[in-house]
Design a protein around this ligand. Structure first.
Ligand code: GNR
Ligand code: NI
Length: 167
């Protein structure tokens, strides 16, 4: 297992679109294990492969209190959604920024697990928002892109300053 480096906005790789996973092999299992370790260490409640520089449709999530209930979503698709939810979101790729985003309240998601087995989940509340946030990452979208131009400009300036300080 290994902790991977999480890309930080405005890294342009955060805008790449992930392709579907077609090989359910040991390589995929290793990637999933490493992503889970990276998410738990961060710590975060979700992580998309895009955030660790892998352009594959792989998501790991754990919203449980005890951090012992991982969900792995490969090739996820939202098959239905309804209602409205506004929740304050954060992102490991945009540290220190917390903003409210409009999302669907209820979603039904079809996906496969790391063994290639199909499943469907219905989600609401935090899990629903988290899944939508992660699927956005796979499409190259970061949550701050839903905010006003002004807020995005301010966040960009802050992130560039942080990046300079890291050097
Ligand atoms: O750790 C995370 N917390 C979070 C809180 C509210 C809505 C979404 C999230 S996901 C985030 C981890 C992350 O950046 N995943 O892409
Ligand atoms: Ni994120």
């Amino acid at each position: 297992m290994a902790i991977m480096k999480i890309l930080q906005y405005p890294d342009e790789r955060l805008h790449l679109v992930a392709s579907r996973v077609d090989a359910f092999d040991e390589g995929l299992k290793t990637t999933v294990a490493d992503m889970l370790e990276t998410m738990y260490a961060a710590p975060g409640i979700g992580l998309a492969a895009t955030q660790v520089g892998i352009q594959k449709q792989i998501i790991v999530i754990d919203i449980s209190e005890n951090r012992d209930d991982p969900i792995v979503l490969v090739n996820p698709e939202i098959v239905s959604k309804n209602g409205k939810s506004t929740l304050e979101e954060g992102c490991l790729s945009v540290p220190g920024i917390y903003e409210t985003v409009d999302r669907a309240e209820n979603i039904e998601v079809r996906a496969v697990d790391e063994n290639g087995r199909d499943f469907e989940i219905r989600a609401h509340g935090l899990l629903s928002v988290c899944i939508q946030h992660e699927i956005d990452h796979l499409k190259g979208r970061v949550f701050i892109e839903y905010l006003s131009r002004l807020k995005q400009t301010r966040i960009l300036a802050k992130m560039k300053k942080l990046a300079r300080e890291r050097m």
